[in-house]
Design a binder for this molecule. Sequence first.
Ligand code: FAD
Length: 468
Amino acid sequence: KPVIYWVRRDFRIGDNAALSAACATGRPVIPVFICDEVVESHGAAPKFRLGEGVRVFGAALAVVGSRLVLRRGDALAVLREVVAQTGATGVYWNRLYDPASKARDTGVKAALKADGVEVASFTGHLLFEPWTVETKTGGFYRVFTPLWKTVRGRDVATPIPAPASVPAPDVWPTSDRLDDWALGAAMVRGRDVLAAHICVGEAAARTRLETFIEGRVQSYQTNRDLPGVDGTSRLSENLTYGEISPAVCWHAGWAAIHSGKGQAEIFCKELVWREFAYHLVHHTPHIVDRNWKEGWDSFPWNTEDTAEVIAWKQGRTGIAFVDAAMREMYVSGTMHNRGRMIVASYLTKHLMTHWKVGQAWFDDCLTDWDPASNAMGWQWAAGSGPDAAPYFRVFNPVTQLDKFDRAGLYARTWIAEGQGDAPDTALSYFDAIPKNWGLAATDQYPAPVVDMATGRQRALEAYKGRDF
Ligand code: FAD
């Protein structure tokens, strides 16, 4: 009797607790990926990237003698169908923590158990289960640093080696064709634009980690804030789709620390920011779609696609740091962390626009889109979240660029206007954007849509007298 391994955001064979447990039963294993409403709810770029992850994972499973069965529909209905078709007696998966997945999984677990099917869920998406990290008084953490101090010295289980083979059933259930799902169809800019920038699959993710640990991690603390320098790991897209486990990254980080690369500790600390985001999502799920501090509900946020907001999305606010970052995201599907902080601050403060407007645009554009880190990042920038940047502390994107991109590398990489010999990256933006945006590399660079001082003042006026 086979076991179903329900694949979700864990496109890897190594350090995959659910897959290894399924293999350890000695029974045939049927990996199934379901395109259900949680998948359908993603924006264009995340959906496209997920499809590429599915494709590469299917090929990786074939190498170990298995397959990835694809089905579309309600998760419970599909799982029941596959159970009925194959006689499977168990369903295993690695846990997810965002509210939509959790609600779905709780329902699926209860229903399958009632059907008499063995159900088991495992840790894999996080280093520490959110409920195992507690303050001294037994509550959850609202502030990062004490959480970091609590988990910093904790043991993280040694990664589980990849099974050499995955036992196959005698007869495979039918599978949809991935191309029929058209997961990249919603992308206005066409799949080729982002395809040039993504790095898909477990093997690619491991190489990425190794290259980073061998080289850039030594100067990570120094360079990670410089958007014009390739100083970070770029592993977020792989962690998002589980192409590498956080435990593998964590152990690689600590091994580097022990071999004298002290700056690797900051890398491990950043991995814990991701944990913190999920910790918050687990304990306060409303963080993903409502102001974490509800006092912010009465703030006079703009929620419309005003001309200023459209300029923000299109990377033509006339503020170089904001525009460089927004263009980087549109073309490459990713954005440097400092860029994310700056564009989010600019949208929520200088343009006084609700963070959910920005969150939705990021959900359309980012190939590393993650429900927890994204929501936490936006609420941090807006001031509405826990451990957030206070609203009255308004980043100045002009002085920030001066500080973090002194030589102008980042701006030149992404802004073509005004450069005689603009680099391909900057020009590729004009190839990627829809024709009806009506922009050309030969245009004049726009004047600021909002004067820095006026925008700042407007935000501070609106904030005055409020105490959240
Ligand atoms: P590195 O610097 O190499 O860090 C290693 C890993 O640590 C990252 O891959 C990531 O998993 C984690 N990490 C690092 N910084 C953070 C952080 N601030 N919060 C949570 N985890 C972190 N990250 C996403 O993965 N998906 C998102 O959708 C996302 N949206 C964001 C939105 C806003 C407004 C902000 C301010 C930040 C957002 N981040 C998001 C966090 C951060 O910007 C990215 O994780 C980081 O830029 C990824 O680059 P990297 O992999 O090279 O990171």
